[in-house]
Design a protein. Sequence first.
Length: 209
Amino acid sequence: MKFKQTPKDKTWTDESGTEIPYNRTTPAERLREKYAFALLSEAETINQRATAFKAKITELVQEVIDAAREENAVKLEGKGNYTWYNFNRTIKIEVNVNEQISFDELTIESAKEKLMELIRQSITGDDFIITLVEDAFQTSRGKLDPKKILGLRRHTERIRNAKLKAEWSDIMTLIDKSISRPSSKTYFKVWKKNEEGKYEGVELNFSAL
């Protein structure tokens, strides 16, 4: 596929495959042709450098984590969210793993139905559960909020009624079974401290510039 046509070409080919004599093209068309290729070339160069930088920062961050494991005799088997600094803390490096969570619709609907049935029962002294469940299953743009759903699990120990607590725990297990984690993305952020002692991000995202 040809991305650049120049004045040296006697004819230029358009998107339909039609050949147009060069002297019939307009100055604006020639300028667009020239600049489009120039921008494409530079964008590809930047993309290659960004890809190389991501590979480099991934490798160096892993070295730092491995060194911390060895020095502190720990495994560091968390989700991969770490923050570390240089010696005088003028530079901060952040590593954040964004894990995508989705639910099996049939299973999560079953869990919701069981929860709603549970809170319709007598729950004297545990009325706060009604608000928790109703709020957790509110949707935004037709989607459930995984944080709110998974947040229900941490309230198990707050329930005083033994029978209710046991049923609640069983439903939390059902929610766990509905979870799938199809993918995760790792994001890196580099910060430097300004004259006021505050960290400023070195922005690598065009949309934020």
